[in-house]
Design a protein around this ligand. Structure first.
Ligand SMILES: Nc1nc2c(ncn2[C@@H]2O[C@H](COP(=O)(O)OP(=O)(O)O)[C@@H](O)[C@H]2O)c(=O)[nH]1
Ligand SMILES: [Mg+2]
Length: 480
């Protein structure tokens, strides 16, 4: 398979790889991770400790120093863990060097390990090895990234659950059910003369239906699961002074999500992440989207338009205390031109009408708004009193899910990839049941069942193509 354009072949899997496993920047400690059959042999000559005769006991931290073997220069005071395969992250011999967490220190330590003959690890290569060596299946490997990137407590819990293999075991259960039926059908086809009885439709339908229900159950919570993982892009749009920034702050204050790095923070659009009942709500406070002659403003407007266009939800904010202005109407026209009108029935593009300043006397004619967006929820809010904010959150979730948020207890599927595979599997199983009910030859049924079985294997990785693996591990960071 190709890996970042490199052919990731068996020979490369035999390399001993090394990388800095802790984030770039300054920290109390920093970790160099080394994995592969030569890991112990490569690190040992660098590591000086009191009793230098043998490799320290496996899976224990040993105090010592890392020395540059050429110059004998002392590089850092460290704790080192030598971990003998197979009880390691990659199932290979692993050495982790805990040094001081400075970028230069770690670079020197890594360089010393590379000079010994280790190869710099590719992004996600440690986890890829864990997968290839059977320590994790693909769904579990993906959850490692989800766990690292989780922004809300719900997201974290779902990722840990997937890492523990809960999704995988449900999938294997469904696959097992399907395979049982395939085996019975194929035995009766392959050995008709050996008295293998041909299973009857009445026998098979209940078993295939069980697999169908198992898949349907996983799919049931998957829309909500995707929201927890991906979050919702929400653009706040409206003319100046209606309370957009106040609304952003009010939504953030309810519960802020944990954010490590937020892309798109610019001078004129502000992006923050609120925690909406476990869903990371990416709120984008826009500058304005109506045409202007000022070149600086134009840039802001372009960014705001882009934010609107890529948003899942638009909060269209009005000052409820003043009748609609020319500027309000310009924005309404502009939004319709961008495809956010009533005529566009695309569910992912949803408008919530927000009448802010509900604490003041209301003077907006809502009929005009409802004519343009008849299906859009209309919520009166006050960022001063907090009135309507919970309703607004509710409206956002309902729009995104086309329904209410259920308890997240039964959510196991959180990724679009898994959801897609499950949907395709469900189609194959449905087709198998239809063929059974039409009394079609059993090999038709068997073909569909096998296809369903294979598609489910894409999630856990048994039947994942090299391209797919490539794509998944490409997203990882170096050192993971
Ligand atoms: N009475 C009242 N005033 C508000 C409310 N929300 C915002 N404001 C005020 O409206 C003005 C503009 O608010 P701001 O959030 O900066 O609006 P933006 O220009 O749309 O971002 C400020 O003086 C706010 O204090 C509200 O719910 N009620
Ligand atoms: Mg503002």
């Amino acid at each position: 398979m190709t890996y970042r354009g490199i052919r990731y072949n068996l020979a490369m899997q035999n390399d001993t790889i090394a990388a800095i496993a802790t984030p770039q920047g300054v920290g109390g400690i920093g970790v160099i991770r080394v994995s592969g059959s030569d890991a112990f042999a490569l690190v040992s000559p660098l590591f000086r400790r009191r009793a230098n005769d043998q490799i320290p006991p496996s899976h224990q931290l040993t105090y010592g120093h890392i020395i540059d073997p050429q110059s004998q220069e002392l590089l850092d005071e460290v704790l080192v863990a030598f971990m003998r395969a197979p009880h390691t992250y990659t199932r290979e011999d692993v050495v982790e060097i805990q040094g001081h967490g400075g970028p230069l220190v770690l670079k020197r330590l890594l360089r010393a390990v590379l000079a010994q003959g280790a190869r710099m690890a590719n992004p996600g290569e440690f986890t890829l090895r864990a997968f290839l060596n059977g320590r994790l299946d693909l769904a579990q490997a993906e959850s490692v990234m989800d766990l690292i990137e989780s922004q809300t407590e719900v997201g974290r819990r779902l990722a840990v659950q997937q890492l523990q293999g809960q999704l995988s075991s449900q999938l294997q259960e469904a696959r097992h059910t399907i395979l049982g039926v395939v085996a019975r059908i194929e035995a009766s086809i392959d050995f008709p003369e050996d008295d293998v009885p041909t299973p009857t439709v009445a026998e098979l339908v209940p078993i295939v239906s069980l697999a169908q229900r198992q898949i349907a159950q996983l799919l049931a919570g998957s829309e909500q699961g995707r929201l927890y993982r991906q979050g919702l892009r929400t653009a706040i749009i409206g003319r100046p002074n209606v309370g957009k920034s106040s609304l952003l702050n009010a939504l953030l204050r309810t519960e802020r999500a944990i954010v490590t790095s937020v892309a798109g923070t610019t001078r004129d659009t502000v992006e923050e992440v609120a925690n909406l009942r476990g869903i990371p709500l990416h709120l984008i406070d826009t500058a304005g989207i109506t045409p202007t002659d000022d070149p600086v403003e134009q840039i802001g407007i372009q960014r705001s338009r882009a934010a609107a266009e890529s948003a899942d939800v638009i909060l269209l904010v009005f000052d409820g205390a003043t009748p609609l202005t020319v500027q309000d109407r310009q924005i309404m026209d502009e939004l319709q031109a961008l495809g956010f009108g009533a005529r566009e029935k695309s569910s992912s593009r949803s408008v919530v009408l927000v009448l802010n300043k509900a604490d003041c006397q209301q003077r907006v004619e809502t009929g005009e708004l409802q004519e343009i967006w008849p299906d859009a929820p209309l919520v009166a809010t006050s960022t001063l009193s907090g009135q309507g904010l919970a309703d607004l959150e509710e409206a956002i979730v309902e729009l995104a899910l086309s329904g209410k948020l259920q308890s997240n207890e039964n959510v196991l599927v959180t990724s679009a990839r898994h959801q897609d595979a499950l949907r395709r599997a469900a189609e194959h199983i449905d087709a198998a049941i239809a063929s059974l009910q039409k009394n079609l030859p059993l090999d038709f049924v068997s073909i569909d069942l096998r296809a369903g079985y294979d598609v489910l294997g894409e999630v856990t990785g048994e039947t994942a193509s090299d391209d797919l693996l490539d794509k998944i591990f490409h997203e990882f960071c170096i050192g993971k």
